[in-house]
Structures are given as C-alpha cells and as structure tokens.
Design a protein around this ligand. Structure first.
Ligand code: B12
Ligand code: SF4
Length: 476
C-alpha cells in the first residue's frame, strides 16, 4: 500500500518526529511504500495536493500535537475533494482525546497510543481487502457510530527497527538546528505532574505495569553509531523526559557512550534523581549541560499546586553539583501563566532564578487536554482566547487574577529581570503591575545599550590585541 505520513508543525519549532520515523520503518519492513510531508505553514495546499496527486496514497496518516488541531480540519476537508485515501489521525492528541474523531469530519479513524503495529495491521488488512473494524488501538467512524477498540500491549522497543530518517532531508534538519542531533530512548515517566501528558498516557495503558520502558543501551548506542556513519552533526540532545530515572540503564548507557563517542551532549534531569557519581559519569562521557525543570520559583506553589516535591535548596544544590563537576552550560525550565499564579508569585520565579547561574527555557503554560490542569481550565473556562497562536510563547488565557496581557509581559520580561539583578523586585509604593510595566520600558532601553556596549568593548579589545601582536610586543 502507499502510505503518506503528514506532520503538521504550524507555529512550532520544526523537528523530526521519531514517532513517524518508527512507523515509516515498520511499514517499509512490512513491504509498504511510505512518503512523508511536513506542513510548516498555512500555504500548504499546493505542496500537499502535489504530493498526494503524485504518490496517490491509499492511507494518509496525520501525527498530531494538540496545538495543531485547529489547523487540520480545513486541510483534511481539502484532501477529501481530490483523494479517497483512508484518513487516520494519530499522535499525542488523538491518544489523550480520542473524541476528536468527531471534530474532524474528514477523518475515518484515529489511533490511540503506539502506532507502529496498528498502522501496519491497517495497511495489511486494507491490502487484503478484509474487514478492518476489529484492529486494536483504533477508533473507527462507522455511519453515525464510533467503534472503539481496545489497546494492544505495549511494544517491545528492542524489536523495532531504528526510526527511518530517510523520510526527511535529515542532514538539512541537522544543519538547520546548528548540528544538534536529538534522540529519545525511553518512553514514559512515572511522575504525576498535573500539567503534563505523561500521566494521561500512563492511564491510557492502565493495565500495563511496564509503561515506562527503555531501549536496550547497546541498541541505543547502535542507533547513534548508525547516525554517525550517515550524517554530520556536532552535538546531541537526549530528549528523554528524565534520563536519570533508571539507574541501571543510565550507568550502562553512558559507560558505553563514553567508550564510543566524542559528541558533547545535553540531557534532561529531574532534581532528586541524580547524585555525584552520576554527575561524574555524565562529565566523563562529554556532558556540556543539563536541563532541569524548575517550573516555578515559589516553593509552596511548586509543592502544593504543581505537586513537585522539590525544595529551592535541592534545586540550588543540584545545579552546584553540576558546576563543581565542570558541567556548566545548564538550563532551567520555567513556566509562566499557570492556574492560580499571579504577578507576585511570578516574581518568586525571578527571585529563585537570580540565585543560580544558568540559562532558561521559558514557557507560557498551555492546558494540555485530559491533564489535570487541562480539565481544571476547561471547567473554569480558562481556555485559549485565540484560535491560532504560538503555543508556549503567546499568552492566550485570561485568568481572573492573572490577565493575558500581564502573563505576556511577565514572559517577555523574565530573562531581563533575571539577568539584571540590580532591578529591585519589591518597591513597596509601586504595585507589581506598574513595576513590571516600568521595567518593560527600562529593559527595552537598557538591553540594547548594554549589548551594544559589550560588542563595542569586545571590538576595541580585539583591535588593541591585533595592534600589539603586529608590533611584535607580545610573542605568545
Ligand atoms: C521528545 C519530545 C519532543 C522532542 C521531539 C519531538 C518529536 N517531534 O519527535 C522536541 C523537544 C523537539 C519536542 C517538541 C515539542 N513538543 Co514534545 N515531547 C517529547 C516527549 C518527551 C517524547 C515524545 C517521543 O519522542 N515519544 C516517543 C515516540 C516514538 O512516540 P510519539 O512521537 O508519541 O509517536 C508514537 C505515537 O504517538 C503514535 N503516533 C504518532 N504519530 C502518529 C501518526 C499516526 C498516523 C499514527 C497511526 C500513530 C502516530 O505512534 C508513534 C510510535 O509509537 C513527549 C512526552 C511523551 N512522553 O510523549 C513530549 C510531548 C509530546 N511534547 C509536547 C509538546 C507540546 C511539544 C511542542 C508542541 C512544544 C512547543 N510548543 O514547541 C513541540 C512540537 C515539536 C514539533 N515540531 O513536532 C507535549 C504534547 C502535548 C499535547 N497534548 O499536544 C508532550 C506530550 C509533553 C507534555 N508537555 O505533556 N518534543
Ligand atoms: S516529571 Fe516531567 S515528564 Fe514526568 S510527569 Fe512531571 S513534567 Fe512530565
């Protein structure tokens, strides 16, 4: 069968999808033909219809994050005008919100959870012209009815081929991302953070005790080696939610990595899951930096609302541990605009971040469907006020105590407020809102002047060094 995999990435940073890569490998191994197309903006129509007319797919599979749902209705309606391919929606959104099958009128089915074997079975069964309605993981539209099939057991990751990177111009993707190659070798996370989809994913597979699984370390090393032989890249980012969770895996994997590779790398670490020995191994293996989830700077808020039982001291000590071992290019992830947050609480995030010397990935909170916060926001009508927006970068929720405009202001100011520590964060006679607006004005003036000064000083320094070298006064 001819299968077309569609990856809508509108208003998000473009990246390779390992999920679609695995699906493509398994379909190809099963004798099917696979094409892939990425939709990066709303001018997709001509490109998409060209691909569909050329390749004549019999199945078209969409991989969907929640933030892409508003875009795909018209795309699919358009396809229906000139193709009678069977249209399947898969990925995280249909997994956690399968009812979305009703929202997209042109969709024939959705797949919940892992799609490799489910889609292969669909292609095989359609090819044989047999009844597809029993295939596990699928929800099918059948007239006005929805057929809701049960889930199949979780896949043995070690039995899978490597994700197919030939479906895209992978080298171009690597070059565009500054030579960063990304890998994820583990699936699942055992924590229950109310804003994250991991608990929902676990619940989808509730009968499976082994939801959190890892690719065998040797196999993971083989995948990196296979990429190293095919592509040119400078460094690696391990996207696993928490690479330090399974200690046995961690030691085995990084001992092998140290032996075989020289690529500097970054990974995600959860405070409380790492000790000095592990940090030492990361350093020896070539870690340049780690990303840790700070999420919020108010300890009570972090514990009680975000259910992250991690103290400020633990965060500071963990980062110190990395510094002491020479892992210095570290990142903290922070969220702004959470339910029950306000401007005062936001300033606690700035306060905590001022105490540590790291860079930041800052995000505006987005209520992912079926998560605890997603449902809370739905119940309280705290949902995005715009149809199209840059998820995590644009404020779209208006809470009674934290207005959309203020969330955006806090997001825009965050880096400046952390960097310029001399700005006081509490001036008793200025209410927080006014203070933030004043700083917004100051930062717009100060940041450009500061970086201009730094660049000019750098140039002057270089000029003098050149002059001295030329005159032979310094001989190295
Ligand atoms: C690694 C990762 C990334 C990486 C790589 C992403 C990628 N495209 O592969 C990076 C850092 C780039 C990233 C970015 C983003 N991510 Co991310 N990411 C993850 C993480 C930690 C693991 C995903 C993964 O690789 N899983 C393993 C692979 C093999 O599984 P998979 O991709 O889910 O695919 C399987 C199934 O979903 C299904 N499937 C997928 N597509 C299809 C299609 C069809 C037709 C079928 C039948 C089946 C199917 O079969 C696949 C194979 O089993 C998850 C958390 C999690 N535990 O899932 C978050 C997660 C998926 N990310 C999330 C988000 C929001 C994003 C961003 C949109 C954030 C942003 N605004 O920029 C971007 C979008 C990136 C993009 N352009 O696609 C959310 C999604 C929530 C939601 N409801 O939408 C998650 C769940 C984290 C969370 N906060 O809860 N991410
Ligand atoms: S620890 Fe991280 S990956 Fe795990 S549930 Fe919490 S936010 Fe999600």
């Amino acid at each position: 069968m001819n299968v077309l995999l569609v990856h809508p990435q509108i208003n998000v940073i473009q990246s390779y999808s390992r999920g679609l890569g695995y699906i493509a490998s398994v379909l190809k191994e099963g004798g099917h033909t696979v094409d892939y197309i990425m939709i990066e903006d709303l001018n997709y129509t001509a490109k998409l219809s060209q691909v569909i007319k050329n390749h004549k797919p019999e199945i078209i599979g969409f991989s969907l994050y929640s933030c892409q749902m508003n875009y795909i209705g018209p795309i699919i309606e358009d396809i229906k005008k000139y193709s009678d391919a069977f249209i399947v929606l898969g990925g995280i959104h249909p997994t956690v919100k399968p009812e979305c099958i009703l929202q997209i009128s042109g969709a024939d089915a959705i797949v919940r959870g892992e799609g490799e074997i489910a889609l292969l079975e669909l292609a095989d069964t359609l090819q044989k012209k047999e009844d597809i309605r029993h295939i596990k993981n699928f929800w099918f539209k059948s007239g006005k009815e929805i057929i809701k099939n049960e889930m199949r057991p979780l896949i043995d990751l070690n039995g899978l081929p490597f994700p197919d990177k030939d479906i895209v111009d992978y080298q171009l993707l690597l070059d565009q991302s500054g030579g960063v190659n990304r890998f994820t070798f583990n699936r699942g996370c055992p924590f229950d953070c109310p804003y994250c989809s991991n608990k929902v994913l676990r619940d989808v597979y509730k009968k499976e005790i082994s939801y959190c699984r890892s690719l065998n370390p040797k196999r993971a090393i083989e995948e990196i080696a296979s990429d190293a032989a095919k592509f040119k890249f400078e460094k690696i980012f391990f996207d696993d939610d928490i690479i330090t969770l399974d200690k046995k895996w961690f030691y085995e994997f990084f001992t092998l990595y140290k032996k075989y590779f020289k690529y500097p790398f970054y990974c995600n670490v959860r405070v409380g899951t790492i000790d000095a020995n592990m940090v030492r191994l990361l350093k020896e293996a070539g870690a340049k930096g780690v990303a840790i989830g700070i999420e919020h700077g108010n300890e009570e808020f972090r514990k009680n609302i975000l259910r992250r039982n991690i103290t400020d001291k633990q965060i500071i000590d963990t980062l110190k541990l990395f510094e002491e071992h020479g892992i210095k290019d570290n990142y903290g992830q922070v969220m702004i605009g959470l339910p029950f947050e306000n401007k005062e609480l936001f300033l606690d995030t700035v306060r905590l971040c001022r105490l540590v010397n790291i860079s930041y990935f800052k995000y505006i909170f987005y209520p992912y469907p079926a998560t605890e916060f997603g449902e809370l926001c739905e119940k309280n009508n705290w949902l995005p006020t715009q149809e199209y927006y840059m998820e995590r970068k644009q404020a779209v929720i208006d809470y009674p105590d934290f207005k959309k405009a203020d969330i955006q202001l806090c997001y825009d100011l965050f880096t400046g407020l952390v960097k310029f520590k001399f700005f006081p964060l509490k001036l008793p006679w200025i209410p927080t809102g006014l203070l933030l607006k004043f700083y917004n004005f100051l930062l717009k003036m100060v940041i450009p002047v500061e970086s201009l000064l730094r660049r000019s000083l750098g140039r002057i320094k270089k000029y003098f060094i050149c002059l001295i070298f030329k005159n032979g006064k310094i001989t190295g």
